[in-house]
Design a protein around this ligand. Structure first.
Ligand code: FPP
Length: 248
């Protein structure tokens, strides 16, 4: 069957150029930023957390509707235990410091991925932040935590199979929209732009279904150096691209 056209996702921003509705970022290069300065990797992650704050602020100011950040992949558990603990510690600190700020600035926090596998206190903090920001509409900030696109598609397949076994769904009626209705991103607008920092040119198991028609932008900037100007340049590049969704 023919996939439905993704909706045209650009809209005019306050600053005069077209901004994508939904931007996702693979934040890469914290380690290399630190080692170039003979610093421990944690210093790179701390600077990376500062870049997250700057980018969220800039995205809200530019009129982006959804910003999805690959904060911890399902494969990141393979890192040394001390680095996993450092990343979780930073997430804990960011949530404690910023939760109230998110609420006041009109930012709605959502999480994709099986975040219930994180430490229990982090799960509680995340649930609280999700709850107190749920009615905000200025920007939706999505943290991908313990997220892997292949895991997401396995999860979706299981849910669909269960519905079919119960007789609630006819397998012959499964189509693109059925799958989309079970994805973690089911309530979000289509993904328009994926940015990966640090010069690597891979999707690394991030939003594989959702990226089907997204523009991909690979930039050399290391994540800790990413700021509002880098985001603006990326969005300007997006605005120059012509999206045809398989048509002419
Ligand atoms: C990649 O750098 C970054 C990550 C592992 C995830 C992003 C983490 C942050 C932005 C720090 C703040 C943390 C949270 C959870 C908000 P890398 O270590 O892969 O860099 P390298 O490829 O240069 O080694």
């Amino acid at each position: 069957m023919i996939a439905p056209l993704a909706s045209s996702a650009a809209k005019s921003s306050k600053s005069g150029f077209f901004v994508p509705r939904h931007v996702a970022i693979i934040m890469d290069g914290n380690g290399r930023w630190a080692s170039a300065r003979h610093l421990p990797r944690l210093a790179g992650h701390k600077k990376g957390a500062d870049a997250v704050k700057k980018t969220v602020r800039a995205a809200a100011e530019m009129g982006i509707e959804v910003l999805t950040l690959y904060a911890f992949s399902s494969e990141n558990w393979r890192r040394p235990a001390s680095e996993v603990a450092d990343l979780m510690g930073l997430l804990r600190l960011c949530l404690q410091q910023e939760m109230q700020n998110l609420k006041e600035k009109g930012i709605c926090l959502k999480v994709i991925g099986d975040y219930t596998r994180l430490d229990q206190d982090l799960v509680s903090l995340l649930n609280k932040a999700i709850e107190i920001t749920a009615d905000n509409t200025r920007l939706t900030l999505v943290f991908a935590l313990n997220y892997g696109a292949q895991d997401e598609l396995v999860h979706v397949t299981r849910l669909i199979a269960k519905q079919a076994c119960k007789g609630l769904l006819d397998p012959d009626n499964i189509d693109v929209s059925t799958i989309e209705s079970f994805l973690y991103t089911r309530d979000l607008p289509p993904l328009d732009l994926v940015i990966r920092t640090s010069g690597e040119k891979r999707l690394s198991n991030f939003l594989l279904w959702q990226a089907a028609y997204a523009e991909l932008l690979f930039i050399d900037t290391l994540w800790p150096d990413f700021d509002s100007e880098t985001l603006k340049t990326a969005v300007e590049e997006y605005a120059r691209r012509e999206r045809r969704y398989g048509g002419l």
